[in-house]
Every structure is written in structure tokens, then in C-alpha cells.
Design a protein around this ligand. Structure first.
Ligand code: NDP
Ligand code: OXD
Length: 308
């Protein structure tokens, strides 16, 4: 019997226990801070307490219940253990829908229409074709590449930016630090789908905003720590940026008195851009545990040194 520990310091993961047992009834599932978590071979995590893996001598696998692993690996001693994440086509579909809605919000000037409605103003914003709205995707991984397939078919010119170079049909791809400035200069709606790493933390700040064409918009679906909030507020106030759609925040839930709730031009959504079904996540975790037991290659491993 494999003992599995559900570890989180910010969420109650007990809902996941019956799902995991449905996927594999032979598992012995405990929920942190139950002392039995110390003997677990598998840690299933969302924002686990710092140092918790050090107290688990039998640990053989660390599994995120999300696509991003930043809060699972950050400032933890991983001891060379494998780290896996969730990859799900339905997750990518949800992100495509969210980003398409965000792009339409700016391209079709719905931001202006909503502001006009608040002022009881009837004014038809001049419309432009999709070809006039250049979308820049930061991150061309599982999620970014799904969006890069759809938007060009709708007429949007799409630029992508990744760490390593690649060819993608219908997309102009820039890579690394040398490609960043040109990528930004050709982007009207900037979409962040990067993982949070030491290289991407704070990347949505004034240097990036200043390199965009005046009046560009920003969509952040990565992690809250990608964004420098004060720089965003300044760029919106100066007109360098026209607006922002934000789905992720350094502190979630976003505190009730946070400035972003009421910053003109900002749309706040509660980390809902996309969500994998809990049953799908449980099946992926159970499948990897079975693979671990058999000694087979694990699915969706990340490179802990790279951070994603
Ligand atoms: P992947 O790991 O599949 O892709 C990451 C992409 O980012 C790759 O193209 C990678 O480039 C690129 N990248 C990483 N570091 C850099 C860098 N320093 N400079 C340029 N490009 C870089 O991730 P996913 O697409 O699956 O997910 C991305 C993120 O989306 C997750 O980490 C998570 O934070 C967030 N997310 C948010 C959700 C939400 O609801 N808001 C839901 C799910 C995920 P390369 O390919 O060259 O290595
Ligand atoms: C995430 C997720 O990584 O929801 O944000 O999967």
C-alpha cells in the first residue's frame, strides 16, 4: 500500500482524498498536518509548507495538483526527487477561451463600451479588423501553444516569445533576452503565460510596459508575482497602457482593500482562467503513482533546476 500525503498550508485538500481513492482504492491517503504524513512516499501538493519534504524520509515523488509547480518547488529541498505537474487538453481549452475573451475585450473595445455604460454614454467605438490587433504570447508551452493555434485562424497576427527558439506555423517566434524588445515592440495585447521562475518574477514591470507600443494592453494568466503592481498602476495612469485583465495575484484571494480592485482599466478575475477537473487531476496523480510502483517513466515531469 502506498501512503500519499496531501500537503497545503493555504488550501484544505481533504476534498481530494475521496477522488484519489476512487482513482486507486489501494492508496493510503493522509492530509497534512496529520503526523502520518511523515511516512508518505508521495506528496500531492498545492503551496506546501516550507521544509515539509525534509521531514518525510520515505518520500519518492512530489506531485503538483496544478499545471504550475512554482509553489511546490520554490525554496524547498527537493533532494533530487521527481516532480510532476498536471497537463490536460481541457485545461488548454479553457485557457484558449479566457485569452480569446481578453483579446476581444480590447480589440472590440468592450473596455470602452463598459466604461461608457457606467457614465450612461451612448457612443459607438470605431471598430478595427482582427488584423490590426497584434497579440504577443509570453510562453509557448502547453497553454501558450494552444492559443497560438487558434488566434491566427481568427485573423489576429500572433507573436510568441519563449526561452528557446522554435518554428510555429502562423506565428512569429522570438526567443530569449535578445528577442524580447522586438517581440514587445510588435505587440498590442500582451498575454503572460509564463511559469514563475527566478527569471520571470517581476517581468511585467515598467521596462516591459515601456517597450510596448503606447496604448497596449496586458493580460496576466501566469502568476501574480510576474506583475509589479505599482508599475502597472503608473503605466495605466500615464496612458502607456490602456488596460489590463488580471487573473492571478501575489496574494489570493486578492485582499478586499487592494488597489487593483478599483484601478480604472483593470479587470480582476479570481484565478479562474482555466481549471482542470479534480477527477482528471486525481486520475493523473494515481497513474503516476502506479508508474512509480512499477518503475515506469513518470508523466509530465518538470525540470526542478529550470523551475518548470
Ligand atoms: P509550460 O511549462 O508548458 O510552458 C512554459 C513556457 O514558458 C515555455 O514555452 C517556456 O519556453 C517559456 N518560458 C519559461 N521561462 C522563460 C523565460 N525565462 N523566458 C522566455 N520564455 C520562458 O507551461 P504551461 O503552458 O503549461 O503553463 C504556463 C503557466 O500558466 C503555469 O506555470 C502557471 O503558472 C500558469 N497557469 C495559470 C492558470 C490560470 O488559471 N491562471 C492555469 C494553469 C496554468 P521553452 O519552451 O523555450 O522552455
Ligand atoms: C495553475 C492551475 O497552475 O490552475 O494555476 O493549474
Amino acid at each position: 500500500m502506498t501512503r500519499v500525503a496531501l500537503l497545503s498550508q493555504s488550501a484544505d485538500l481533504s476534498y481530494f482524498k475521496p477522488l484519489l481513492l476512487t482513482a486507486d482504492p489501494s492508496l493510503d491517503v493522509t492530509v497534512w498536518p496529520d503526523p502520518r504524513t511523515r511516512d508518505a512516499e508521495v506528496a500531492v501538493c498545492w503551496n506546501p509548507p516550507r521544509g515539509v519534504y525534509d521531514e518525510m524520509p520515505a518520500l519518492r515523488l512530489i506531485h503538483s495538483i496544478a499545471a504550475g509547480v512554482d509553489n511546490v518547488v520554490d525554496r524547498q529541498n527537493l533532494r533530487g526527487l521527481p516532480v510532476c505537474r498536471v497537463v490536460d487538453p481541457a485545461l488548454a481549452d479553457g485557457m484558449v477561451q479566457y485569452v480569446l475573451w481578453s483579446v476581444l475585450h480590447f480589440h472590440r473595445k468592450l473596455d470602452i463600451a463598459v466604461a461608457n455604460q457606467r457614465a450612461h454614454t451612448w457612443k459607438r467605438p470605431v471598430q478595427q479588423p482582427a488584423s490590426a490587433c497584434r497579440v504577443g504570447l509570453m510562453g509557448l508551452g502547453n497553454l501558450g501553444s494552444a492559443i497560438a493555434e487558434v488566434l491566427p485562424r481568427l485573423g489576429y497576427p500572433v507573436n510568441g516569445w519563449s526561452r528557446t527558439p522554435r518554428e510555429m506555423s502562423g506565428v512569429t517566434v522570438y526567443s530569449g533576452a535578445p528577442g524580447f524588445k522586438d517581440f514587445l515592440a510588435n505587440t498590442d495585447v500582451l498575454v503572460c503565460l509564463l511559469p514563475l521562475t527566478e527569471h520571470t518574477r517581476g517581468i511585467l514591470g515598467s521596462a516591459t510596459f515601456d517597450a510596448l507600443p503606447r496604448g497596449a494592453a496586458v493580460v496576466n494568466c501566469g502568476r501574480g508575482e510576474h506583475l509589479v503592481t505599482d508599475d502597472l498602476i503608473d503605466a495605466l495612469a500615464s496612458g502607456q497602457l490602456r488596460g489590463a485583465v488580471l487573473d492571478v495575484f501575489t496574494q489570493e484571494p486578492l485582499p478586499i482593500d487592494h488597489a487593483l480592485w478599483d484601478t480604472p482599466g483593470v479587470v480582476v478575475t479570481p484565478h479562474m482562467a482555466t481549471m482542470a477537473s479534480s477527477a482528471v487531476v486525481a486520475r493523473q496523480v494515481a497513474d503516476n503513482i502506479a508508474r512509480l510502483r512499477r518503475g515506469d517513466a513518470l508523466h509530465h515531469t518538470v525540470d526542478p533546476h529550470r523551475g518548470y
